[in-house]
Design a protein around this ligand. Sequence first.
Ligand code: ZN
Ligand code: ZN
Ligand code: FE
Length: 761
Amino acid sequence: MKSVKISVKGIVQGVGFRPFVYRLAKKHRLKGWVRNTSGRVEIELEGNQLSLQAFTKDLKATAPAAARIETVRSLSQPLRGYTSFEIKGSEAETGQYQPVSPDIATCKDCRREIFDAADRRYRYPFTNCTNCGPRFTIIEDIPYDRPKTTMRRFKMCPKCRKEYENPADRRFHAQPNACPVCGPKLELADNRGKPVACKDVIKKAAVLLGAGKILAVRGLGGFQLACDATNEKVISLLRERKHRPSKPFAVMLSGIADVKKYCEVSAAEEKLLESPEAPIVLLRWLKKGKISESVAPRNKYLGVMLPYTPLHHLLIMEAGSPLIMTSGNLSEEPIARDNDESIYRLKGIADYFVLHNRDIYARYDDSVSRVADGRPQIIRRARGYAPYPILLPYKSKQILACGAEEKNTICLTRDRHAFVSQHIGDLENEETLQHFENTIELYKKMFRIQPEIMAYDMHPEYLATKYALKMGAELKLVPVQHHHAHIVSCMTENKVKGPIIGVAFDGTGYGPDSHIWGGEFLLVDRQGFQRLGHLENVPLPGGAAAIKKPYRMALSYIYTLLGKDYPLEGLPLAKYASEYSIIKQQIDKKINTPLTSSAGRLFDAVAALSGIRLEIDYEAQAAIELEMAAPDNIPETGSYPFSITAGNVRIVKLEKLITAVIGDIKNGVTASLISVKFHKTMAEIILRMCRILRENTGINQAALSGGVFQNILLQKLTLEALWQADFKVFTHHLVPCNDGGISLGQAVAASQVKLKAMKLV
Ligand code: ZN
Ligand code: ZN
Ligand code: FE
């Protein structure tokens, strides 16, 4: 007989962990107890050595799906003489904290119940259990108990209470437990918020969707706008009302069989779609079947998700799929959360509202992911993932990293945890800024973090930077260069130490030389970076205006690299001849024409040169359409020439590349082939630079980061090229390669800075 005390850390509360331990102890005939404390689950066990070993093995191997065990510590202790196994009451420990579970897609058991006419939860849209349901979105503080969630207003009925108190029940301590008798309810309202009387809200909603109406549906982390994805008319109405002319929408489909009708689905993609995180997955779109092309115009990929709440399951069962399901917001504002707020903000978009009274505490967008190189790669990290931390390879100080301007996330660190927030959005309006500040406060409170260091981007105009400078006056302030942060975030999630060759390709990032960087080759370790090379600088005529008008970028390349008299005849750009003369003057007089080495802008320029996309209405549209122009089977083609200068900072010169692209256009080479050749060229640029830097530094590992690597074709070609040259290459999987990953990189970079030596740039 032996006695041990076991301490388990990670997400082990609110996920059915104690009943699991209880059953496991019984199975192995062990005596003792289990209890929650603020920071861990504690277990005391007595029994024979073999049973104890079997228990420990099963503890890790068969833990509940929603649990994430980080550490298990086991200590021998003197025999206590337990005679039974029990679940003890919780113990509070001040200052302790633990990760909070993300929301979890409806489990199989709950799904069965809502479709079982004999079950008391038949068609109940708020059904959940310890294996599934809302978590993070309803938690106001820890420890995670019902009074600290938005469920506190609902008093459990005797039947629910019995489930909640029974260790053998699937709903033992399921904090959001509810049923039709005692739980939240749906309500239908018109576009002014006036209740619409109906017997069955879901049936009525399905009828409205079928009749071509746009519905605002209160989901898990905010409102979604839903409409029929096969109805061209309602899609264009939604686009018009939402001020979203062509950015792709995601669709919700009823199940894998349905998904396969419209998309190519690999085993890894199927697993991701059906995972408890249930993100939107970008899939190869077969472009057959009834989904309208205008859901994602000129795109090879379709964002698809499966129903992840009982409400979604019921709605899609009644309405049939496919349904467009997109964030309930106008353009780039944060997702609407409260009933009144949504009616105020979405009344011009939605015809009807499906409301309910289970309040949402944290806004939580749908996550977006894809499978690349056999593994999931997250592009927008929110529902199902945040606030689960990225685990750090060291014990960190308490740091707040404020993130970037676009696709903002924040990151708070403590111990080995980097709590990267859910996607917050583009910090371009008051609503999003408010959401940003609230998120910081929520994470600080939830994880008991009082930052001593504040990390921020060097860009003086970013609202996140302004926030840091304003709020962090008493803290140690650490500016982190944008691309340095990109590479460090990639290193961190891959648990790789520097030094490493960092390839940071994105749209915009502030450089310490006051130019706009974005086509960077850096030598990076956590302490700092050295810029060893970059794409050639060209003026960005009109600053932000050039980003919205890729033809301006193309003209800038022509003017800067090919000379002022280079003729536009025969190019799709020729129609901008009169504006060209103004742009020339702008560049000559250096009026609002910052220099940029941005890879994103080079993609824009080539998209515009080849006539694929001259002006855009959503971010990165030109680069995306350039990628989409490439044929599915990449033909054997050459690439375009370029050169690299000698010296300490290598410059990739692009004159030959631009000349050759123009030559192809004039020779009638198709945009499709130009796209392939250009992508190959970009991969070759990366390979040649990495080879040079390997020769000079002896470093054989590279990290790819920055939003440009959302381009699947570029990522694929680059990986193949680098692998063939025997590089060890790291890409993003846990946090986005775009600016959603910046806050993690900032926090880690700032933690390593020797603060005394640090100076503001
Ligand atoms: Zn469940
Ligand atoms: Zn009940
Ligand atoms: Fe970036």
